[in-house]
Design a protein around this ligand. Sequence first.
Ligand SMILES: *[C@@H]1O[C@H](CO)[C@@H](O)[C@H](O)[C@H]1NC(C)=O
Ligand SMILES: *[C@@H]1O[C@H](CO)[C@@H](O)[C@H](O)[C@H]1NC(C)=O
Ligand SMILES: *[C@@H]1O[C@H](CO)[C@@H](O)[C@H](O)[C@H]1NC(C)=O
Length: 395
Amino acid sequence: MLITKKHVSLLLLLVIMFFFHLSSGTKITYNVQSYGAKPDGKSDSTKAFLNAWAAACASTKSVMIYVPQGRYLLASAAFWGQNCKNKDTTIKIDGTLVAPSDYKVIGNTGNWLKFERVNGLTISGGTFDGQGAALWTCKTSGKSCPNGATTLAFYNSNNIVISGLTSLNSQMFHMVIDGCQNAKLQNMKISASANSPNTDGIHIAASTGVTILKTVIGTGDDCISIGLGTSNLWIENVSCGPGHGISIGSLGWSMQEAGVQNVTVKTTTFRGTQNGLRIKTWARPSNGFVKGVLFQHSVMVNARYPILIDQEYCPDQKNCPGQASGVKISDVTYQDIHGTSTSQVALKLACSKANPCQGIRLEDVNLTFKNQQAQALCSNAAGTSYGVNKPESCL
Ligand SMILES: *[C@@H]1O[C@H](CO)[C@@H](O)[C@H](O)[C@H]1NC(C)=O
Ligand SMILES: *[C@@H]1O[C@H](CO)[C@@H](O)[C@H](O)[C@H]1NC(C)=O
Ligand SMILES: *[C@@H]1O[C@H](CO)[C@@H](O)[C@H](O)[C@H]1NC(C)=O
């Protein structure tokens, strides 16, 4: 028999699969059902999950917590990692985790499921159902209701991988990454209704080295919001809509504030979103900054404001002494951004009169409005344009 390249790679694949099998086989597995979790969607399984976590956490070897198929009712739970004895925990989820149908049960706890001070965690698969609809109705009716809980939050944690997860109908944000280093989020689906308040897809703050890949997000607020102190963030192959787009901000509320730097947003699609690529700062004094941002290869399908810098944010003209943002925006590139806008002003750079934007680059931006010429508006924005820009650059 002739040994072809194909045979060799097939053999290689088999060898790799064998070792992969061996290595995953050596992981000690903690099945949540062995700790009393019930896949009936009715029995409270919170304690069982926490006990499985405590057992896994006490192991000095790599561990796996396994959640078999079925629906597991969970109230608010905090998974603490500071005393864990290993740095390699996997939570493999084949089932659905369901929040209590009465939103008051978790609505004042801030987070539904929270991981804090965890190092080396992989969450693979799983559907998280926040059951937020009743709370959204309460909020939009103007009654007094709880703030709501974030579905899945990671605080002060390092080396996190989240993959293949589905998050549905969160009460508040779907996911929060705050104070973390090295987090990779990929192949996720995040969804809530277009008119659900504050249901941001992923909120990142005070974190460095976060990567978000191949994720589909549709919510009632920002698909991804990027808060203070975020650096080295990479977003690629994300589709957004409905929602408010991908937003850096709001920044600049406080005088002393950590800046945002080195953000790449690459190969994204926006469908029917309120904004596309946005940077938003309060019109208040601040020492904050945004620098080193690359927005590259975006397709806009009927986005209201595809490209927006809004440094004049001051709802109801309240709380904005001085009325000019202190946040310094520099070195922001928009490259190969094309498609359709639903407002005539498809590109708006409204920078701070106290701190004009510097180093803005527009390259091959092609946006149309109802098959007509769109408009570009710039104020206090300095930079350069390259290639063909439609509407014509206002820099
Ligand atoms: C910017 O962030 C990327 C990851 O998103 C990282 O690979 C790169 O090294 C960072 N650049 C600098 C100058 O820190
Ligand atoms: C993103 O999508 C493009 C086009 O489908 C693909 O070529 C690229 O490898 C993807 N990148 C990642 C990081 O998945
Ligand atoms: C801009 O986009 C329109 C509509 O998609 C297209 O017809 C046109 O050729 C594009 N122009 C350039 C310069 O790429």
